[in-house]
Design a protein around this ligand. Structure first.
Ligand SMILES: NC(=O)c1ccc[n+]([C@@H]2O[C@H](COP(=O)([O-])OP(=O)(O)OC[C@H]3O[C@@H](n4cnc5c(N)ncnc54)[C@H](OP(=O)(O)O)[C@@H]3O)[C@@H](O)[C@H]2O)c1
Length: 310
């Protein structure tokens, strides 16, 4: 199953963060027939005109999703659904399994799931049930998958006030002194990786495996040093945070059933910086023919923000 070349691709959840870079790279490859499944077809059709097709989808209904996937005779399903929407993702996976023969790129796009300490911590609370679901369906032979882990979204995060450093004017929360290194990927890198995973899954042996792609390995201290070099007139304040001290309160909240963004952020900070699990143990860039950014390219990316966000 799913052993021939992929041409017909369904993309679920195109109106979020990952739609633009992934659809850009799939269109650039010029060999995919793309259909978007979305809650908001008007918005998707406006953003992605023909030849991209758009269909209204109800992520709460496995029968609806199954009908759409079956009617489209797709070879692949790329799921770009928000991490907190667990049922929407498992419903899409169940629909793909019901149709059969689809290669799925699940909505992984994050950090490594593999380390037992990371699993115990609960930072991946909404990711693990989805992972378990697609692994089970793959074991049963009902789907194939390539799960792409990317680390922190680099440029996306630099446009926010949080990680890895704050370019928006407020202080940077410097976790565990800021020297811990982590893998990061630009949105463009993620688009490239998805396109390669669909184009060359057989040739590169990407079926039923987790891929680790990155644009660079960086630390908060390194990025702050670059920022200070690039904009010496600006003050980049920091506030030290010991991730061990935020872990306990976040775990208590988790035990009470609170899984909101504040809890997830604290546990992810502990996971990435305290336990050092934001750094991939291996990078699959070479397999995909991708290169890490040079120091100059990282500075170029940072420099690009100063005009806009200063
Ligand atoms: N590593 C990182 O730094 C990082 C950062 C951000 C995200 N991510 C990962 O990237 C993936 C996508 O996340 P995202 O933040 O990009 O998601 P997002 O932009 O918030 O949403 C993506 C899509 O999910 C669907 N969606 C959103 N809210 C929904 C709801 N309440 N009910 C049903 N569907 C809903 C929408 O589909 P429609 O288009 O159909 O409306 C939306 O376009 C996730 O796996 C996430 O963990 C990683």
């Amino acid at each position: 199953m799913a052993s021939s070349a992929i041409t017909k691709v369904a993309i679920a959840g195109p109106n979020g963060t990952l739609g633009p870079p992934i659809i850009h790279h799939l269109l650039k490859a010029a060999c995919f027939d793309i259909t978007l499944l979305t809650r908001d077809p008007a918005k998707a059709a406006e953003t992605y005109p023909a030849p991209t097709k758009t269909l209204a989808a109800d992520y709460s209904s496995v029968p609806n999703l199954t009908t759409l996937l079956r009617a489209g005779a797709f070879d692949a399903l790329v799921i770009l659904i928000n991490r907190d929407q667990v049922t929407a993702q498992t419903n899409l996976l169940d629909a793909a399994a019901a149709v059969g023969g689809l290669h799925v790129i699940p909505s992984s796009f994050g950090t490594s799931y593999e380390h037992p300490k990371g699993r115990q911590l609960g930072a991946l609370i909404n990711k693990l049930p989805v992972e378990q679901h697609f692994l089970r369906l793959a074991e049963e032979g009902r789907i194939t998958y390539t799960a792409i882990n990317t680390g922190l979204f680099f440029d996306w995060a630099l446009e926010k006030a949080g990680l890895p450093i704050n370019l928006l004017g407020g202080p940077t929360m410097l976790f565990d002194e800021g020297k811990v290194r982590l893998s990061v990927s630009t949105l463009d890198r993620i688009g490239e990786a998805v396109a390669i995973a669909l184009l060359r899954k057989e040739e590169l042996g990407l079926v039923n495996r987790f891929l680790y792609v990155q644009s660079a390995v960086v630390s908060q201290a390194q990025l702050l040093a670059y920022a200070r070099q690039l904009a010496p007139e600006r003050e980049f304040k920091t506030v030290g945070v010991d991730t061990a001290s935020i872990e306990g309160p976040a775990l208590e909240k988790l035990e009470r059933g609170e899984t909101g963004p504040e809890v997830q952020r604290a546990l992810m900070a502990r996971f990435s910086f305290g336990l050092g699990l934001g750094l991939f143990e291996r990078s699959d860039n070479e397999i995909l023919g991708l290169k890490d950014m040079t120091e100059e390219e990282i500075k170029g990316l940072l420099g690009g923000y100063f005009g806009e966000v200063a």
